[in-house]
Design a binder for this molecule. Structure first.
Ligand SMILES: Cc1ncc(COP(=O)(O)O)c(C=O)c1O
Length: 346
């Protein structure tokens, strides 16, 4: 047979959540919050010129956007490569840290893209558990750390056991960039650290497809930039334009601070509700918008919650067991409060 799909492509698994959640059920699968109020007027008027759209723009991204992202993250603008979402940054990082057949250490449970992309680029995957002891690697093995972790909300601080002797890809796509957390990470950023970031979560703008890869090692940054040339060439110029305008508006930071404080409250309410329930336990989420729940008796967690009218993302999506489910708190206060009330009764 000469027309087989490659084994690697045939093995790719995808999940979407386009199905409609029935009336009366609460949809806590993903972020359903409205766009940032600061962004709304700019979404209607992208302010693009024909010049911008009739050329690719630099492979590394708009220099002003690189500088803005660098300042937010705490690195120099020329250490930032603008990417087509966090997904492309992840693909570039995995491509540049190892060769086909090499091992990469990935968290489990985890954002499914880690495993799918690692296998697509030919890497051998070894898992480490989250929560659990920090990953121990053999010399030279790259490790991916997701902090705040999707789907558990756990924070990993830069510990020596993670950082030693090999590349560490820090996926900080769910980091709020407010407070000390990002500063603590970048203050210790070493040449073998790579950051993957996305504006999809921070600015509630997954459709803009803007993310970035940060590396302090010039050889890594140059390699990722070369690979990107043949992948997407440049990231969407309307997306970059929009990101630049939203991030340089002083009102944005205030709105983000309010949003983060609200998420802290809602996360606390949902965690308290799980703790008050008889049949459920949750991982102690510290940041991000997710709460990862497990049934005490090992029964199907997604089904148990769906029966109570709370629809989450099944744990199997994240390579976890059916007794787990992820709930997203990026919803209206009413939805999360009602979900907490239902969860408490389980
Ligand atoms: C941990 C993590 N990394 C990367 C991505 C991909 O981000 P993007 O939507 O910007 O491609 C996601 C998306 O959900 C994610 O959760």
């Amino acid at each position: 047979m000469h027309t087989c799909i490659s084994h690697r492509a045939a093995a790719v698994v995808t999940y979407d959540y386009d199905d409609v959640v029935p009336a009366g059920q609460l949809d806590l699968r993903g972020d359903n919050s409205p766009p940032l109020a600061t962004a709304v007027p700019m979404l209607a008027q992208p302010g693009l010129s024909a010049d911008e759209l009739s050329s690719y723009g630099g492979v590394a991204g708009d220099p002003e956007l690189r500088a803005i992202l660098g300042a937010l993250i705490g690195v120099a603008g020329d250490q930032v490569l603008v990417t087509t979402g966090g997904s492309e940054a992840l693909f570039l990082a995995l491509t540049c840290v190892a060769d086909p057949g090499d091992t990469v250490l990935l968290p489990r449970p985890a954002f499914p893209g880690f495993e799918q992309l690692a296998r697509l680029v030919g890497l051998r995957v070894v898992h480490y558990d989250v929560p659990g002891v920090p990953p121990r690697r053999r010399a030279g093995e790259p490790v991916v750390v997701c902090t705040p972790h999707n789907p558990t909300g756990i924070i990993t601080t830069p510990g020596i056991s993670v950082r030693d002797d090999g590349w560490t890809v820090w996926d900080i796509s769910h980091m709020s960039l407010a407070g000390r957390r990002i500063a603590d990470l970048t203050a210790e950023l070493a040449a073998h650290d790579i950051l993957v970031f996305s504006l999809s979560k921070l600015l509630r703008l997954p459709g803009a497809r803007v993310g970035c890869l940060v590396a302090t090692d010039p050889a890594m940054l140059a390699a990722a930039t070369r690979v990107k040339t043949h992948l997407s060439m440049s990231s969407s110029r309307p997306g970059q334009h929009l990101a630049k305008r939203i991030l340089s508006n002083p009102a944005t930071q205030d709105e983000l601070d309010t949003r983060i404080a609200r998420f802290d409250d809602l996360r606390g309410e949902l965690l308290d509700a799980v703790a008050a329930s008889r049949g459920l336990i949750a991982v102690a989420a510290a940041d991000g918008t997710y709460v990862f729940v497990r049934t005490r008796d090992g029964s199907d967690a997604w089904q148990r919650l769906a029966d109570a009218g709370v629809v989450g993302m099944p744990g199997v999506v994240f390579n976890s067991a059916p007794d787990t489910v992820r709930l997203c708190i990026a919803q209206s206060d009413q939805i999360v409060r009602e979900a907490a009330r239902r969860v408490k009764s389980l």
